[in-house]
Design a protein. Sequence first.
Length: 254
Amino acid sequence: MMSQLVRYAPVLSLIARVSPRRILEVGSGSQGLGKFLVRRFVGAETDFSDYTGGTRRPSPWMLAVRADAAALPFAAGAFDLVLMIDVLEHVPPGVRAGLVRECARVARGALAIGFPSGGLAEAHDRQLDRWLGARGLQRPGWLAEHLRHPFPTAGEVAVALDGARCRVLDNEWLPAHRFFLRWEARDRGARYSALLADLLAPTDWDWRGHRASTNALRVIARPLTPLLGLLDRRPAYRTLVVVEKERAREAPPC
Protein backbone atom coordinates (compact mmCIF):
# COMPACT_ATOMS: atom_id res chain seq x y z
CA MET A 1 0.00 0.00 0.00
CA MET A 2 1.05 3.61 -0.38
CA SER A 3 1.87 4.07 3.30
CA GLN A 4 4.31 1.17 2.99
CA LEU A 5 5.82 2.35 -0.29
CA VAL A 6 6.52 5.83 1.09
CA ARG A 7 8.10 4.21 4.16
CA TYR A 8 10.48 2.18 2.02
CA ALA A 9 11.14 4.76 -0.72
CA PRO A 10 14.32 6.27 0.85
CA VAL A 11 15.60 2.78 1.58
CA LEU A 12 15.10 1.78 -2.05
CA SER A 13 17.06 4.87 -3.09
CA LEU A 14 19.86 3.89 -0.69
CA ILE A 15 19.97 0.38 -2.15
CA ALA A 16 20.16 1.77 -5.68
CA ARG A 17 23.09 3.97 -4.67
CA VAL A 18 25.23 1.60 -2.59
CA SER A 19 24.39 -1.65 -4.48
CA PRO A 20 24.71 -4.00 -1.49
CA ARG A 21 25.22 -7.69 -2.22
CA ARG A 22 23.79 -8.97 1.05
CA ILE A 23 20.80 -7.30 2.72
CA LEU A 24 19.24 -8.05 6.10
CA GLU A 25 15.92 -6.60 7.20
CA VAL A 26 15.28 -6.90 10.93
CA GLY A 27 11.57 -6.97 11.81
CA SER A 28 10.55 -7.56 8.21
CA GLY A 29 7.19 -9.19 8.78
CA SER A 30 6.20 -11.61 6.05
CA GLN A 31 6.98 -9.27 3.14
CA GLY A 32 9.24 -6.36 4.04
CA LEU A 33 11.36 -5.20 1.14
CA GLY A 34 9.92 -7.99 -0.97
CA LYS A 35 6.85 -5.88 -1.69
CA PHE A 36 8.88 -3.36 -3.65
CA LEU A 37 12.27 -4.85 -4.49
CA VAL A 38 12.80 -7.85 -6.77
CA ARG A 39 16.00 -9.29 -5.31
CA ARG A 40 17.04 -11.73 -2.62
CA PHE A 41 17.37 -10.60 1.01
CA VAL A 42 17.23 -12.06 4.51
CA GLY A 43 14.32 -11.20 6.78
CA ALA A 44 14.71 -11.72 10.54
CA GLU A 45 11.48 -11.75 12.54
CA THR A 46 10.03 -13.38 15.64
CA ASP A 47 6.52 -13.58 14.16
CA PHE A 48 5.71 -13.59 10.44
CA SER A 49 1.93 -13.36 10.97
CA ASP A 50 1.70 -9.59 10.33
CA TYR A 51 -0.77 -9.20 13.22
CA THR A 52 -3.24 -11.60 11.56
CA GLY A 53 -2.93 -14.31 14.20
CA GLY A 54 -2.19 -16.88 11.49
CA THR A 55 0.67 -18.02 9.32
CA ARG A 56 1.56 -15.81 6.36
CA ARG A 57 3.59 -17.00 3.40
CA PRO A 58 6.85 -15.02 3.29
CA SER A 59 7.83 -13.07 0.21
CA PRO A 60 9.43 -15.34 -2.41
CA TRP A 61 12.39 -12.94 -2.44
CA MET A 62 13.02 -13.30 1.28
CA LEU A 63 14.94 -15.95 3.18
CA ALA A 64 12.85 -15.91 6.35
CA VAL A 65 14.81 -16.47 9.58
CA ARG A 66 12.95 -16.67 12.88
CA ALA A 67 15.21 -14.77 15.26
CA ASP A 68 15.28 -12.39 18.19
CA ALA A 69 16.53 -8.96 17.09
CA ALA A 70 18.43 -8.67 20.37
CA ALA A 71 20.51 -11.77 19.50
CA LEU A 72 20.76 -12.09 15.73
CA PRO A 73 22.21 -15.46 14.61
CA PHE A 74 24.71 -13.87 12.19
CA ALA A 75 28.41 -13.11 12.32
CA ALA A 76 29.71 -9.59 12.79
CA GLY A 77 29.78 -7.68 9.51
CA ALA A 78 27.80 -10.38 7.71
CA PHE A 79 25.67 -7.95 5.66
CA ASP A 80 26.44 -5.06 3.35
CA LEU A 81 23.19 -3.35 4.38
CA VAL A 82 21.07 -3.84 7.49
CA LEU A 83 17.60 -2.31 7.78
CA MET A 84 15.32 -1.95 10.76
CA ILE A 85 12.21 -0.01 9.75
CA ASP A 86 9.35 0.76 12.17
CA VAL A 87 10.48 -1.66 14.85
CA LEU A 88 11.82 0.42 17.76
CA GLU A 89 8.46 2.01 18.59
CA HIS A 90 7.03 -1.46 19.27
CA VAL A 91 9.41 -2.26 22.14
CA PRO A 92 10.02 -0.65 25.55
CA PRO A 93 12.63 2.14 25.62
CA GLY A 94 14.99 0.06 27.74
CA VAL A 95 15.25 -2.58 25.02
CA ARG A 96 15.94 -0.30 22.05
CA ALA A 97 19.64 0.37 22.48
CA GLY A 98 20.39 -3.36 22.43
CA LEU A 99 18.51 -3.80 19.15
CA VAL A 100 20.35 -0.88 17.54
CA ARG A 101 23.76 -2.21 18.65
CA GLU A 102 22.95 -5.68 17.38
CA CYS A 103 22.00 -4.31 13.96
CA ALA A 104 25.22 -2.28 13.89
CA ARG A 105 27.22 -5.39 14.81
CA VAL A 106 26.09 -7.41 11.78
CA ALA A 107 26.32 -4.44 9.36
CA ARG A 108 29.52 -4.16 7.38
CA GLY A 109 28.64 -1.39 4.95
CA ALA A 110 25.48 0.53 5.80
CA LEU A 111 22.76 0.61 8.43
CA ALA A 112 19.34 2.28 8.13
CA ILE A 113 16.98 2.58 11.10
CA GLY A 114 13.57 4.19 10.63
CA PHE A 115 10.97 4.95 13.29
CA PRO A 116 8.05 7.31 14.02
CA SER A 117 9.38 10.15 16.12
CA GLY A 118 8.30 13.34 17.81
CA GLY A 119 5.25 14.74 19.56
CA LEU A 120 3.36 15.40 16.32
CA ALA A 121 3.74 11.76 15.27
CA GLU A 122 2.55 10.55 18.66
CA ALA A 123 -0.42 12.93 18.53
CA HIS A 124 -1.25 11.65 15.04
CA ASP A 125 -1.47 8.05 16.24
CA ARG A 126 -3.70 9.00 19.17
CA GLN A 127 -5.95 10.93 16.77
CA LEU A 128 -6.01 7.97 14.39
CA ASP A 129 -7.07 5.68 17.22
CA ARG A 130 -9.98 8.00 18.08
CA TRP A 131 -10.91 8.40 14.40
CA LEU A 132 -11.09 4.62 13.91
CA GLY A 133 -13.13 4.15 17.08
CA ALA A 134 -15.62 6.86 16.15
CA ARG A 135 -16.31 5.08 12.83
CA GLY A 136 -16.45 1.56 14.21
CA LEU A 137 -13.29 0.55 12.36
CA GLN A 138 -10.91 -1.99 13.84
CA ARG A 139 -7.77 -0.73 15.53
CA PRO A 140 -4.81 -2.61 14.02
CA GLY A 141 -2.43 -4.44 16.32
CA TRP A 142 0.52 -2.27 15.34
CA LEU A 143 -1.34 0.86 16.44
CA ALA A 144 -2.06 -0.60 19.87
CA GLU A 145 1.67 -1.19 20.30
CA HIS A 146 2.48 2.35 19.12
CA LEU A 147 0.27 3.74 21.87
CA ARG A 148 1.95 1.63 24.54
CA HIS A 149 5.38 3.31 24.57
CA PRO A 150 6.81 6.78 23.87
CA PHE A 151 8.27 7.04 20.37
CA PRO A 152 12.04 6.73 19.85
CA THR A 153 14.20 9.75 19.08
CA ALA A 154 17.24 10.26 16.86
CA GLY A 155 19.22 11.14 19.99
CA GLU A 156 18.29 7.83 21.58
CA VAL A 157 19.52 5.95 18.51
CA ALA A 158 22.69 8.08 18.33
CA VAL A 159 23.65 7.14 21.88
CA ALA A 160 23.20 3.45 21.03
CA LEU A 161 25.43 3.91 17.97
CA ASP A 162 28.24 5.14 20.26
CA GLY A 163 28.86 8.36 18.38
CA ALA A 164 28.98 6.87 14.88
CA ARG A 165 28.73 9.42 12.08
CA CYS A 166 25.39 9.33 10.36
CA ARG A 167 22.70 11.18 8.45
CA VAL A 168 19.29 11.91 10.00
CA LEU A 169 16.55 12.15 7.37
CA ASP A 170 12.88 13.09 7.42
CA ASN A 171 10.53 10.45 6.03
CA GLU A 172 6.86 10.88 5.11
CA TRP A 173 5.22 14.26 5.39
CA LEU A 174 2.70 14.03 8.24
CA PRO A 175 -0.37 15.22 6.26
CA ALA A 176 0.37 12.60 3.59
CA HIS A 177 0.75 9.91 6.24
CA ARG A 178 -2.59 10.90 7.76
CA PHE A 179 -4.29 10.76 4.36
CA PHE A 180 -2.86 7.36 3.43
CA LEU A 181 -3.76 5.66 6.73
CA ARG A 182 -7.34 6.93 6.71
CA TRP A 183 -7.71 5.96 3.06
CA GLU A 184 -6.38 2.47 3.76
CA ALA A 185 -8.53 1.95 6.88
CA ARG A 186 -11.44 0.81 4.70
CA ASP A 187 -11.29 -2.23 2.42
CA ARG A 188 -11.96 -0.36 -0.82
CA GLY A 189 -9.38 2.31 -0.04
CA ALA A 190 -6.83 -0.36 0.89
CA ARG A 191 -7.35 -2.08 -2.47
CA TYR A 192 -6.89 1.14 -4.44
CA SER A 193 -3.88 2.11 -2.35
CA ALA A 194 -2.29 -1.30 -2.97
CA LEU A 195 -2.88 -0.95 -6.71
CA LEU A 196 -1.35 2.54 -6.80
CA ALA A 197 1.68 1.33 -4.83
CA ASP A 198 2.14 -1.54 -7.29
CA LEU A 199 2.01 0.89 -10.21
CA LEU A 200 4.57 3.25 -8.65
CA ALA A 201 6.92 0.71 -7.06
CA PRO A 202 10.37 0.40 -8.68
CA THR A 203 10.02 -3.35 -9.24
CA ASP A 204 10.00 -5.61 -12.24
CA TRP A 205 6.54 -5.83 -13.77
CA ASP A 206 4.75 -8.96 -14.98
CA TRP A 207 3.24 -7.56 -18.17
CA ARG A 208 1.56 -10.84 -19.11
CA GLY A 209 -0.06 -11.19 -15.70
CA HIS A 210 -2.01 -7.92 -15.93
CA ARG A 211 -4.75 -6.59 -18.15
CA ALA A 212 -3.85 -4.16 -20.91
CA SER A 213 -5.51 -1.30 -19.02
CA THR A 214 -3.42 -1.98 -15.90
CA ASN A 215 -0.25 -2.20 -17.98
CA ALA A 216 -1.13 1.16 -19.54
CA LEU A 217 -1.53 2.67 -16.06
CA ARG A 218 1.88 1.29 -15.12
CA VAL A 219 3.47 3.04 -18.12
CA ILE A 220 1.80 6.31 -17.12
CA ALA A 221 2.49 6.07 -13.38
CA ARG A 222 6.01 4.67 -13.31
CA PRO A 223 7.80 7.94 -14.28
CA LEU A 224 6.16 9.59 -11.25
CA THR A 225 7.97 7.31 -8.77
CA PRO A 226 10.85 9.78 -8.10
CA LEU A 227 8.25 12.29 -6.91
CA LEU A 228 7.76 10.17 -3.80
CA GLY A 229 10.88 11.89 -2.48
CA LEU A 230 8.89 15.12 -2.24
CA LEU A 231 6.97 13.56 0.64
CA ASP A 232 10.14 13.31 2.76
CA ARG A 233 9.75 16.72 4.36
CA ARG A 234 8.80 18.33 7.65
CA PRO A 235 6.67 17.91 9.60
CA ALA A 236 7.55 14.27 9.10
CA TYR A 237 5.97 11.25 10.72
CA ARG A 238 9.15 9.19 10.58
CA THR A 239 12.88 9.70 11.11
CA LEU A 240 15.48 7.66 9.23
CA VAL A 241 18.99 7.34 10.65
CA VAL A 242 21.54 6.16 8.08
CA VAL A 243 25.09 5.08 8.85
CA GLU A 244 27.40 4.34 5.92
CA LYS A 245 30.60 3.00 7.40
CA GLU A 246 32.65 3.52 4.25
CA ARG A 247 31.58 7.20 4.06
CA ALA A 248 31.72 7.89 7.80
CA ARG A 249 34.26 10.70 7.47
CA GLU A 250 31.88 12.70 5.26
CA ALA A 251 28.93 12.52 7.66
CA PRO A 252 28.40 14.60 10.80
CA PRO A 253 28.21 12.91 14.20
CA CYS A 254 24.70 11.74 15.11
